[in-house]
Design a binder for this molecule. Structure first.
Ligand code: URA
Length: 434
């Protein structure tokens, strides 16, 4: 089928043949199908969806558009975790060393910030010298020798997704379940994993605002994993407020290291431990989630988790001294506090708005080629359910340039909602699926 006919067929709600999907994605990857035809097809998929057979073909074609890394020379069950994206979501930074310290090999391909959400690559690159553009041969060696390697998406791994992702970002086709599911699963399956834990975020700071959509996304990804012979467990976790208290790249590194020392905010610690425990079970390092939680507690207590993080930092060219001396991380020139407009309790935080405020401040990108400032961000001094008096500080802004500060303050103030009563608390882990 010619590209035009394929687009028209999907536009009209017809089912596409797997070989046509494969040929289209191959031609797009090689440049034979131009961006405008692929964006038209994505928009047709946005409205018409993909059934299970089409989705399987789409995900496999994306996966096989590049190199599928072979990690069979690393013993053990290789397990990764993927988050669908949130604000203050620094889980990967603490989860990867924790799982590796407990003996699970962790190969992890991470992304940069997307829209209002932060990205692991931007966070880790705030550690002086830390490199994530590691060649695949080095990645394989580090997974084998260090037990973990975190890399950014290379041109050789799932190149169809790399190209398509950038295209979807500017053609309003990101928030489409089959496209998200195939995007995530294609790159995760290409990195050489045996099993995967998914952190599907749900709430005002997530791409999926409703539990039903998050559940459908999780089920779709579990289905793709099953078809490719990989075990996938998913947790739906709360993203109705930022995770932890730090938002911004270097600030989040500090909070992540504090988590490994047992000193981080409870919500962030709990979500990290819940996800890492699932990795230990999938990686056969614990027979149950309870046993896994005990092992994780020990790795924090005996210092092996933080030692593993330093080892990873050193192996990837970073300065491990920054893990003990936070003064070696980028630091903003100044801070200013946002003050509560009224007293009572914080009843809600519009988390996407907080993420956008961080982007405006320079912690994330407004354009693909924007240069971020790793030092800037927020410390959330009040979170949902906490009491506050009018005029008390609710957020500390860490900034380097005065320019955006006024707008950022206004955005943050508008994101906070106050009321006379604390709202009922929400579960951090909303649901578990496998
Ligand atoms: N994360 C991804 O990797 N892909 C998407 O499409 C959305 C979030």
């Amino acid at each position: 089928m010619r590209p035009y006919e394929l687009i028209k067929a999907k536009r009209d709600g017809k089912k596409l043949a797997p070989e046509d999907i494969r040929a289209f994605i191959e031609a797009y990857t090689s440049g034979a199908v131009p961006d405008y035809q692929m964006s038209a097809l994505c928009m047709a998929v946005f409205f018409r969806g993909l059934d299970a057979v089409e989705l399987g073909a789409w995900a496999r074609a994306m996966l096989e558009s590049g190199e599928v890394v072979d990690l069979s020379d690393t013993p053990g069950v290789k397990v990764d975790k993927h988050s669908t994206g949130g604000v203050g979501d620094k889980v990967s930074l603490s989860l990867a060393p924790l799982a590796a310290a407990c003996g699970v090999p962790v190969p992890m391909i991470s992304g940069r910030g997307l829209g209002h959400t932060g990205g692991t690559v931007d966070k880790l690159e705030s550690i002086p010298g830390f490199r994530m553009d590691v060649p695949v041969s080095e990645y394989r060696r580090l997974v084998r020798e260090v037990g973990c390697c975190l890399i950014s998406q290379t041109a050789s791994i799932a190149p169809a997704d790399k190209k398509l992702y950038a295209l979807r970002d500017v053609t309003a086709t990101v928030d489409c379940i089959p496209l998200i599911a195939s995007s995530i699963m294609s790159k995760k399956l290409a990195e050489g994993i045996d099993a995967l834990v998914l952190d599907v975020k749900v709430g005002s700071g997530a791409f999926m605002k409703k539990v039903e959509d998050a559940r459908t996304l999780a089920r779709t990804m579990i289905g793709i994993g099953a078809e490719m012979g990989r075990k996938v467990t998913a947790l739906l976790t709360d993203m109705d407020q930022p995770l932890g208290r730090a938002v911004g790249n270097a600030l989040e590194v500090v909070e992540a290291v504090e988590m490994l020392r047992g000193r981080a905010p409870e919500d962030y610690t709990e979500v990290t431990l819940a996800l890492t425990a699932e990795m230990l079970v999938l990686g056969r390092k614990a027979a149950s989630v309870d046993e896994a939680r005990q092992k994780l507690a020990r790795a924090i207590q005996d210092g092996s988790a933080v030692r593993k993080f330093k080892e990873i930092v050193q192996a990837q060219g970073g300065d491990p001294r920054a893990i003990d001396d936070y003064g070696l991380l980028p630091r903003a020139r100044s801070t200013v506090d946002v003050l509560a407009s009224q007293g009572g309790f914080v009843t809600a935080i519009d988390t996407e708005a907080v993420g956008m405020a961080a982007v405006v401040l320079g912690a994330g990108r407004q354009r693909v080629d924007s240069i971020i400032d790793p030092a800037v961000g927020f410390t959330l001094l009040r979170k949902v359910g906490e009491p506050v008096k009018a005029g008390e500080p609710i957020v500390r802004i860490h900034f380097s340039e005065e320019g955006p500060v006024k707008e950022v303050k206004e955005r943050l103030l508008a994101a906070y909602h106050f009321g006379p009563q604390a709202p009922a608390s929400r579960p951090l882990v909303v649901e578990r699926l496998e």
